[in-house]
Unconditional design. Structure first.
Length: 209
């Protein structure tokens, strides 16, 4: 399962977050954009290259990220397409860093977690296992296909990295679905849009902040 693989490699996620936070500082781009955005952009770029012709890392940390994403994608459910496995892998890997920030303690950079997001497992969020999203979306779409509704509005009150809307994209539907995501962090919606772009041609879902 992708979420279990990424949790076992939480240390790589923390290292990657510190890497991109450090790059922002050295490049003078500390204002506004969270390092999580840079992290997920890197994850999605790695996924795209892996799906197309294989990823060749130029930096050690990107090689470590790629290794985790490969393992997580290989752990996808039977029958799930490879692109979906990579999309979920990127989602779960980057999601581990929600609420984390870089802080210099005793002369070295450390990843700390905002107290408001601290969980019991030393990370900023609990990932929704893919099988839960798969089951809930399957039941929802089956009900929708039996109904007379031509479209559906869905609100996710805790979007985080977007397991449910991503699952809607993976499973697809003949009806138009308008998806509205809400989260206390400003970063999840860009993640979701980037994950959706791993496989074009899914016009059934729209996202809105």
């Amino acid at each position: 399962m992708s979420s279990r693989v990424t949790f076992r490699h939480l240390a790589v996620a923390e290292k990657a977050l510190l890497h991109f936070a450090s790059k922002q500082t050295t490049q003078g781009t500390t204002g506004g954009e969270a390092p999580q955005i840079r992290l997920v952009e890197a994850c999605l770029r790695i996924c795209r290259e892996e799906l197309n012709h294989g990823f060749e890392a130029e930096e050690q940390v990107e090689g470590e990220i790629c290794g985790v994403l490969r393992k997580a994608a290989d752990a996808r459910a039977d029958g799930k397409p490879l692109w979906a496995g990579y999309a979920e892998a990127a989602l779960h890997f980057a999601e581990r860093t929600l609420g984390m920030y870089s802080s210099r303690l005793k002369g070295r950079e450390s990843a700390l977690i905002n107290p408001e997001r601290t969980r019991g497992l030393n990370c900023g969020t609990y990932s929704t296992p893919a099988f839960i999203g798969d089951t809930m979306v399957k039941e929802l779409l089956e009900h929708l296909e039996r109904s007379s509704l031509s479209s559906l509005d869905i609100v996710d009150l805790s979007l985080e990295a977007g397991q449910f809307p991503l699952t809607l994209l993976i499973q697809g539907s003949t009806r138009r679905i308008h998806f509205y995501g809400i989260d206390q962090d400003p970063v999840p919606l860009p993640w979701l849009r980037g994950s959706a772009n791993l496989e074009p041609g899914f016009p059934v879902l729209e996202s809105s902040g």
